[in-house]
Design a protein around this ligand. Structure first.
Ligand SMILES: Nc1ncnc2c1ncn2[C@@H]1O[C@H](COP(=O)(O)OP(=O)(O)OP(=O)(O)O)[C@@H](O)[C@H]1O
Length: 247
């Protein structure tokens, strides 16, 4: 049985109060297993980003629990939480978030540099080769295409050998070819490196790269699909859209 890399239990997030109160997540319990690629999908506003942010320790739940490995996040003070995010979690966002003055290689190793850690040269070489950046490590972000910049962000997320990588619409700013490449690299990182990946996406094609898709609707986990195909994901999304419009 693969180990559980991250899990939420009864995770609830309420924004605001009184008339403006929004229940963004309502008792969400989910596990992410080691070496598994999960896509989170659901209609706009259903709570996907909130789930990712709470699971990754970027936002705190109103109630319920989140753990990464065996660490319960609510037991950590801010400093330890920052440390845990830095050491155990990789992030990939829709905006590439690279530092313009640094080269590709410096961007990739920046989180390690900040943590005062030396990159493992063999691992770094493997990651750089996997995302096909070996010839471009000296380039600055402005000299790279959007797809190449996102590959730098993928390599940066992988560089510290994190327990888990969270992606929030990682292909949202890319054309379909560059998006397919980045998704292929995420897939490879799961298959070849045993990485655990969780990705929020709107795109059934992107979700088709995952091992499983979990569906949220109105802040609740409503369905799950293993070995997804874009067609099956699209069908399920259509029924969720109808459901949320008629509820
Ligand atoms: N900081 C906030 N303050 C108040 N409400 C918020 C806040 N962040 C999110 N919400 C609300 O919580 C709900 C869930 O938002 P969330 O961004 O998680 O949804 P999503 O599924 O990621 O949406 P999308 O697909 O449109 O990006 C929405 O109703 C949103 O308006």
């Amino acid at each position: 049985m693969p180990a559980i890399t991250a899990a939420t239990s009864g995770l609830t997030k309420v924004y605001g109060s009184g008339d403006t109160q929004v229940v963004a997540l309502d008792q969400v319990s989910i596990t992410f297993k080691e070496g598994e690629f999960t896509a989170i999908m659901g209609p706009s506003g259903c709570g996907k980003s909130t789930l990712m942010h709470c699971a990754a320790g970027l936002d705190s739940p109103t109630s319920g629990s989140v753990r990464i490995g065996t660490t319960e996040l609510s037991t950590l003070n801010d400093r330890r939480l920052t440390q845990l995010r830095r050491d155990r979690i990789g992030f990939i966002f829709q905006a590439f978030n690279l530092l313009p003055t640094l080269t590709a290689l410096e961007n990739i190793t920046l989180p390690l540099t900040i943590a005062g850690r030396r990159p493992d040269p063999q691992w770094l070489e493997r990651v750089v080769a996997m995302v096909g950046l070996a010839g471009r490590l000296g380039h600055r972000p402005a000299q790279l295409s959007g797809g190449q910049q996102q590959r730098v962000a993928v390599a940066r997320a992988l560089a510290a050998q994190p327990a888990i990588i969270f992606g929030d619409e990682p292909t949202g700013n890319l054309d379909s070819r560059a998006g397919a490449e980045v998704l292929g690299f995420l897939r490879d990182s799961v298959r070849e490196l045993g990485q655990t990946v969780v990705m929020v996406t709107h795109d059934p094609v992107a979700a088709g790269y995952a091992d499983r898709v979990v569906f949220l609707s109105d802040g609740q986990l409503v369905d799950e699909m293993t070995r997804p195909t874009p067609d099956r994901v699209l069908d399920r999304m259509k029924s969720l859209d109808t459901r949320s419009r008629t509820s």
